[in-house]
Design a protein. Structure first.
Length: 515
């Protein structure tokens, strides 16, 4: 409540001369202090709890916000990028259309998200699908350096809901908050996304120069500037050094929970799939012109109840998905691995090297195709971009390789095999990077490919088990790898009754047999 000033005129006998003295009268005087809180999650691809229901879940995120909101109405829920993709739902259809993140937007609306920014994976899906998801959202998007490219011209992405004015995404955003005694504060926001995904409908500006421009536009008219980012922690640290006046960097992109501090600027990133959240408290003292920031990590697990309203939405979509999986022959809830180390499926790791997850996939292909000399899979078919913790269910295998696809066996010339392997090396850091059996290696000195320590012979025939997508010619630098290539002598397809028809069933069979 704002203070009211009442002027009381007193007789001159009480003073040297008559005067009108201002006197404040209020039950809750404006103390010049105000507190706000952000609840931060990032890189969330799953709406339901994981790890056997023990961790994460959008309904728990909703509960967390409500709990803090009851204590402080200036509490805001933030998604720091990557939520529309990758997801197993993106390979499913509902009401005759590809789902493509619809389940996430509906869940986030129910949970009460306030602010979001683009992550690089938002642009994995089609332009029209991104626009549909934007139109369905109820929260505020902020996009400082990421723009919609249409007809060769870059402009802001915009929300275009039926019956409402078009709402272009702001490059900077100012929010005014007020507390019970009338203290106000103005917070400025910038939203930054790494220029990773080069989709033909997206245009980026330089992160640092854009951030400096936005900060300079905001700094003199707000009490604090907060950066919402989706980039590496090293890039966030550089941002903090370049703009030391930032109040806070709320970040995403890494999945394994990061915390850093550069000068007075905290940089926070929660665990992927809402297994944790950062609660960030900002305390303003307007009288002293000070701001104190306090970060707190909160685990989102069984100790956090499921919000009933949000859970209804989650269960609706889980039911839709399970019906689809069942029709494909999967038992989504069945545990296939319960007592091993977590499986690393993070893109940063599998697109430049091997992990225990990629080795498991390759081992399952070897078991399924015992006569193959070589087995090859592209890292881009692995879309989980997460660490799978125990227990691992069939659903985890489905979400690891959401597009499925089969294994084909190809008799090919050694020269073609060498060309494929060299293309895989050129694709390091992208989805076209290849995973293959450990008996195959490239000598660093000679550059020669060897199988069981014997150099590959360009003129010899080799039997290669390879993922189906790679034979379409659609992978980067592998446009030659498609039907009609004269060095592919024979291609063996497998019927739907064969587990090699779907690589996910190949992996499940391998794990079941190993129990």
């Amino acid at each position: 409540m704002r203070t009211k000033t009442i002027f009381i005129c007193l007789p001159a006998i009480l003073f040297m001369a008559a005067s009108c003295t201002p006197t404040k009268r209020t039950g809750n005087p404006d103390d010049g202090k105000i507190t706000m809180q952000f609840i931060q999650v990032n890189d969330v691809y799953e709406i339901a709890p994981l790890s056997g229901g023990k961790e994460g879940g959008m309904a728990r995120v909703a509960t967390l916000k409500k709990e803090y909101l009851r204590k402080n109405p200036n509490t805001f829920l933030v998604m720091a990028g990557d939520f529309l993709s990758p997801s197993v739902y993106n390979s499913l259809r509902y009401e005759g259309k590809a789902i493509r993140g619809r389940q996430m937007i509906e869940s986030m609306n129910a949970a009460g998200f306030d602010f979001v920014i683009f992550g690089n994976h938002e642009f994995d899906i089609k332009e029209s699908e991104v626009q549909q998801r934007i139109n369905e959202s109820d929260f505020q998007w902020i996009s400082s350096n990421t723009f919609h490219l249409q007809g060769g011209k870059a402009g802001p992405f915009a929300k275009n809901k039926s019956g409402q004015p078009v709402q272009p995404f702001p490059e900077t955003y100012i929010q005014t908050i007020t507390d019970a005694d009338g203290t106000t504060a103005r917070i400025g926001y910038i939203g930054l996304t790494l220029p990773f995904n080069k989709s033909d409908y997206v245009s980026y500006t330089d992160v640092i120069s854009t951030a400096k421009k936005g900060y300079n536009q905001l700094k003199d008219s707000v009490d604090a500037v907060v950066a919402l980012t989706h980039q590496s922690v090293e890039e966030d640290e550089n941002l903090a050094r370049e703009i030391p006046g930032l109040a806070l960097i709320i970040g995403g992109h890494e999945h394994d929970q990061r915390f850093s501090k550069v000068g007075n600027i905290y940089i926070t990133k929660a665990m992927a799939n809402a297994k944790s959240a950062y609660v960030l408290t900002l305390r303003f003292n307007k009288n002293r012109h000070t701001l104190k920031v306090k970060p707190k990590l909160v685990k989102i697990n069984e100790g956090v109840a499921l919000d009933s309203t949000t859970d209804l939405v989650v269960q609706k979509w889980v039911g839709i998905a399970n019906k689809s999986y069942s029709s494909l022959g999967f038992d989504a809830a069945k545990v296939v691995l319960s007592d091993k180390e977590p499986l690393d499926g993070r893109e940063t790791e599998i697109r430049s090297g091997s992990t225990n997850l990629t080795k498991l996939i390759i081992a399952s292909m070897i078991k399924a195709s015992p006569t193959a000399d070589v087995v090859i899979a592209n890292a881009g078919s692995i879309r989980v971009d997460d660490i799978l913790t125990m227990p691992v269910t069939q659903y985890d295998i489905i979400r690891t390789l959401p597009f499925g696809g089969g294994i084909k066996e190809v008799e090919m010339k050694g020269g073609l095999l060498i060309r494929i392997l060299e293309s895989g090396l050129k694709n390091k850091g992208t989805g076209g990077f290849l995973q293959y059996n450990e008996t195959l290696r490239r000598d660093d000195i000679s550059g020669q490919w060897q199988l069981n320590n014997i150099p590959l012979d360009p003129g010899k025939n080799y039997r290669v088990a390879i993922t189906e997508f790679l034979l379409t010619g659609g992978e980067a630098n592998m446009e030659y790898l498609k039907p009609g290539n004269p060095d592919m002598l024979k291609v063996t397809d497998f019927p739907s009754s064969d587990r090699r028809f779907d690589i996910r069933k190949t992996i499940i069979d391998y794990l079941e047999a190993a129990k």
